[in-house]
Design a protein around this ligand. Sequence first.
Ligand SMILES: [Zn+2]
Ligand SMILES: [Zn+2]
Length: 230
Amino acid sequence: MIFEHRAVPPFYKNGFVLGCEDTREGIIIDPGDEVDELLDAATQHGLSIKAILLTHAHLDHITGVGKAKRVLNVPIWLHRDDNFLYEGVVQQGQMFGLAVDPQPPVDDFFDGEGPLAFGRYRVRVLHTPGHCPGGVCLVVTKDTKEAKDTKEPKEPKEPKEPKELPMLIVGDTLFAGSIGRTDLPGGDMETLLRSIRDVLFSFPDETVVWSGHGEPTTIGRERRTNPFLI
Ligand SMILES: [Zn+2]
Ligand SMILES: [Zn+2]
């Protein structure tokens, strides 16, 4: 999988470009102030971006949506329960003393679990509220149907890249060594902990987790060492 992430000040929020190495179809996730870097990465990989997916609608995750939409002209996806935050992005900015432009309307709301697709990859959408009402976790897996049909020997192969699938992109629900804040509108600690324990911790220990801020981690590491969850 083609995988790029970028973060810029002041929020150092991770934005992502994911692409299929075979078909060159891709998606952009959470374009914020680093949207130009994400668009450059997509161009450098020759990707045809199919969708803009949002893990949630806090301003740091959506300030680049308008630019991405203008350049790519592809649908914007969000969970319905975060649309009030999305439409209130100007007011969110005022809370932080920032002038933020309104963003173009959401085109599609996540309905159930998807799936969305880019090339040979699938994105399943799991609702993980708590940090905000419409937070979601994006579960990225490779479509294995073709792989099963190939007659390749079953010898263990060197992994081409360190990122084994499925991969979770969890927004601000869970961080390496921490959890999302719950003091913003619609946040709720009990709900957040339930989302992490019931939804995220149902994945195997080795599952790689990319959060909205900071470095990647794994489900197992957080299960064992996260001070908010042990
Ligand atoms: Zn957030
Ligand atoms: Zn954030």
